[in-house]
Design a protein around this ligand. Structure first.
Ligand code: URA
Ligand code: URA
Length: 298
């Protein structure tokens, strides 16, 4: 039957694309004839799920009968541009963020994380914040409390904010991944989120950005930067240099956990210089004392 042949072709194509994706391939060139052959035959059921995403060249796996519909297709960031649109009126932000939060609480896009998490760690802070800090993923402490950056690294982030004259309530803090990466069979320690996990979850952060519309973003550590820009980077090489994320200036810097592991004043100074650049960019006042933090006394 034509429909069976079509299904087989579609399934084989999805399998091939998924294996490419596992190898890290993020975009493919598709001949027009191929696309035509993949179009559902006349009379077959309309595809389920967000078909518009197939513009990426990756057919949404949810359109394949053998896949659970809840597994949303990953979206290659390199081919997407978030349409920031016009800013939401201040009083519409709260409802929009609450609605998004409610959706995140129910999310099962990563079934293994949905099964292992205690909390979805959505984000905290001021929904009118000028600065959005982005980490990689919740750890055990964050998973237990449901709030980002509450463990040791979080305490250091809080101190960095204080040094900037800010508090956790005057910025917004979130992670690329909203669920703690599971650690099956392991009692202690956290695991780095996979590229796939970050990719799957990124649309939530992008939606947070669209709603909050910060003036600047700070990416904390190499994994967060990778999750945002969709490729691996050497944070030691790119920190301190402004990047763009969609239309928002993005400052990549070290993760506070790195500063806990490496206590050299030179490393603290680098992160501090990045924070001074952020303060300058949004016009926060900077005192002479602040400028001198972590420089050796002359
Ligand atoms: N590290 C992160 O990247 N995020 C957190 O929320 C906590 C630690
Ligand atoms: N090296 C890393 O891997 N991460 C940091 O945040 C800093 C240095």
């Amino acid at each position: 039957m034509a429909t069976d042949a079509y299904r087989q072709l579609l399934e084989a194509t999805v399998q091939h694309l998924e294996s490419l994706r596992e190898q890290g391939v993020r975009s493919v060139t598709v001949q027009p004839e191929t696309l035509k052959a993949l179009r559902p035959p006349v009379g077959s059921a309309p595809p389920r799920g967000p078909a518009e995403r197939s513009a990426s060249g990756f057919p949404p796996p949810s359109q394949v009968a053998s896949k659970p519909a809840a597994v949303a297709p990953p979206i290659p960031t390199a081919t997407r541009r978030l349409d920031l649109g016009s800013p939401l009126p201040p009083d519409a932000k709260k409802a929009a963020l609450e609605e998004l939060h409610a959706r995140a609480l129910d999310c099962i896009r990563c079934p293994h994380l949905a099964a292992s998490r205690n909390h979805v760690v959505f984000g905290v802070g001021d929904l009118h914040a000028q600065i959005l800090f982005v980490g990689e993923a919740p750890g055990a402490d964050e998973d237990a409390e449901g709030e980002p950056f509450v463990g040791r690294a979080g305490e250091l982030l809080t101190r960095i904010l204080q040094a900037m004259g800010l508090t956790r309530d005057t910025v917004y803090i979130a992670n690329v991944l909203k669920c703690r990466p599971d650690t099956p069979g392991q009692q202690v320690g956290n695991r780095k989120p996979t590229t796939e996990e970050m990719h799957t979850c990124l649309p939530y952060l992008e939606e947070q950005i669209r709603i909050i519309r910060p003036k600047v973003m700070v990416a904390l550590g190499g994994t967060a930067i990778e999750g945002l820009i969709g490729r691996s980077v050497q944070v030691t090489r790119i920190r301190g240099q402004w990047l763009q994320f969609h239309d928002i200036p993005l400052m990549p810097t070290y993760h506070p956990a790195y500063l806990l592991r490496n206590e050299a004043i030179s490393e603290k100074r680098k992160v501090w210089e990045d924070m001074l650049a952020v303060m300058e960019r949004i016009g926060l006042p900077i005192s002479e004392k602040q400028r001198r933090f972590f420089t050796k006394p002359a």
